[in-house]
Design a protein around this ligand. Structure first.
Ligand code: DC
Length: 209
């Protein structure tokens, strides 16, 4: 079974995808991490994230970069969003994601275009969303816990800018697949959001029998 989990930044999609993978014993790929690695590699190369050639050159980042804690920072997230608009970058990362999705036994992938581009045949598609305020507050608490100095207003502005860029890009914009189930986590805590996602997958399993 392939489970596609898409949604905007800080919607809870990563937490949900990880929990679904554990519950259904499936391997999990956080595809945002690949774009973050490209963004970080552009910075390490002293390149320009808005330049498609610099973006493409950064796609052969070493695998060790995926373990770099800096990939989780807000600034790397913004770089990732900027490099992800380039069709060449998306193409370069496509095969790796597609191979992960098609592995025997299935997989859970989370990102922006899993249900629409990477695995349109996914048996279950979740589009996880939440209000901008709820997402900014969540991200703010995460950053505080990591000891990062950033204000709520900065995070709000960053999330709005990233949403606008991710939704308006020409190539694979952030959009719910027509057959996705939308899960709004604005008023759900972590456990309630995970439980709701598990129920959605189980409902699919029942109708599939
Ligand atoms: O999910 P995230 O915040 O780690 O993603 C960082 C950026 O990477 C996001 O703003 C857009 C891009 N991205 C993408 O374009 N497609 C994906 N499947 C995953 C992430």
């Amino acid at each position: 079974m392939i489970i596609a989990v898409d949604g905007p930044t800080a919607s809870g999609k990563g937490t949900i995808a990880k929990a679904l993978a554990a519950h259904f014993a499936l391997p999990h790929l956080d595809t945002g991490l690949l774009y973050r690695a490209v963004g970080r590699q552009v910075a390490l190369n002293h390149g320009n994230p808005d330049d498609p050639t610099d973006g493409l050159a950064a796609c052969d980042f070493p695998d060790s970069l995926l373990a770099d804690p800096d990939l989780r920072s807000e600034s790397t997230g913004a770089l990732a969003s900027r490099v992800s608009v380039h069709p060449g970058v998306r193409q370069a990362l496509y095969e790796r994601q597609r191979a992960f999705a098609l592995q025997p036994g299935g997989a859970v992938l989370d990102g922006r275009d899993i249900g629409t581009v990477i695995a349109p045949e996914a048996e279950v598609k979740l589009f996880v969303t939440a209000s901008v305020t709820a997402r900014a507050e969540r991200r703010f608490h995460e950053m505080q816990a990591l000891g990062r100095r950033v204000t709520l207003a900065e995070i709000l502005a960053d999330i709005e800018a990233r949403d606008a860029r991710d939704r308006s890009r020409a190539e694979a914009p952030l959009i719910a697949a027509a057959d996705a189930v939308v899960l709004d986590t604005s008023d759900l805590d972590r456990d309630a959001a995970i439980a709701a996602a598990i129920r959605i997958v189980q409902a699919h399993e029942r109708t599939d029998r």
